[in-house]
Design a binder for this molecule. Sequence first.
Ligand code: NAP
Length: 307
Amino acid sequence: MYDVIIIGSGPAGLTAAIYAARANLDVLVTEGDVPGGQLTQTTVIENFPGFPMGIDGNELMEGMHKQAERFGAQFVLGTVTAVEFQNRPFKIHIDDTIYSAKAVIVATGSSPKALGVKNEKLLQGRGVSTCATCDGHFFRNRAVAVVGGGDSALEEALYLARLADHVTVIHRRDEFRASKVMQERVLNNPKISIKWHNVVDDILDPAQNRVTGLRLKHTLTGEMTTLPVDGVFIAIGHTPNTQLFEGQLELVDGYIKVYDNSRTSVTGVFVAGDVQDGRYRQAITAAGSGCKAAMDCERWLEETAKA
Ligand code: NAP
């Protein structure tokens, strides 16, 4: 029996683990499919305070992991397959093992969205990717496309421009959603061009078992064109990882509904990070909310013990 099980090991989960373990609670962190979370799939993080020259995502997450371990947090690899929040102690199924806890902090983050076009799944790993840092090196001196107009898309485009011969950003409007600084960097990069008002109609060519190009549709004229590329990176936002909690926790637009800072609809279950935040989704805001969830959890455990 743990005092608290933290589901997820991104900046929210690991910050919660540091605070909870340091408060002398028995803490178990479930690492999930992507230990360290989305930051392990990114490049240099330039806006996490305290690192004037930026810090590598993996390095930052390794540091948080070690810091939580130093205070006694335990870690378990594997994916949570079911949760039981109806009665206390709560039960968390990880593969074939069931763990019990007095309290739970949900910090499962979010996952990249798919375009939903026919050949996308078929060509996944054969030129279709959602992670430039992971797969960019396969496209050295090749032509690639990035889909999306937010910070993620432009970050991917800038990263790929260092490796690829040319990068085309495909965006469905004529204005980026990304921050001004990222827009300027992309618009001033001679290796990046933009196809405004275009969406991907499908990805070519499953017959060759690899990406050879994109069929694009102009959103205003309906005109169809083909863009020859060797790879396509999809960066059109994220979906909160809440499937596990459907029917157990109240959700709003797919995100976990938050009551009173970090409390959820179930007493004793707290939430932190991107899984409850469709707006800011930053490493630092996730970490901050992990801290709040751990403090709320600790106070609640103390009050419950006294009652
Ligand atoms: P986002 O801001 O939601 O942007 C998603 C982009 O994809 C938008 O441009 C959107 O177009 C487009 N899009 C959505 N669905 C589409 C579809 N089906 N087909 C074509 N295009 C589609 O997501 P994000 O870029 O992942 O960023 C999420 C958050 O993380 C933001 O707050 C961002 O600032 C933050 N972030 C920050 C950094 C950084 O600071 N370095 C890096 C990455 C992410 P519309 O614009 O037309 O809606």
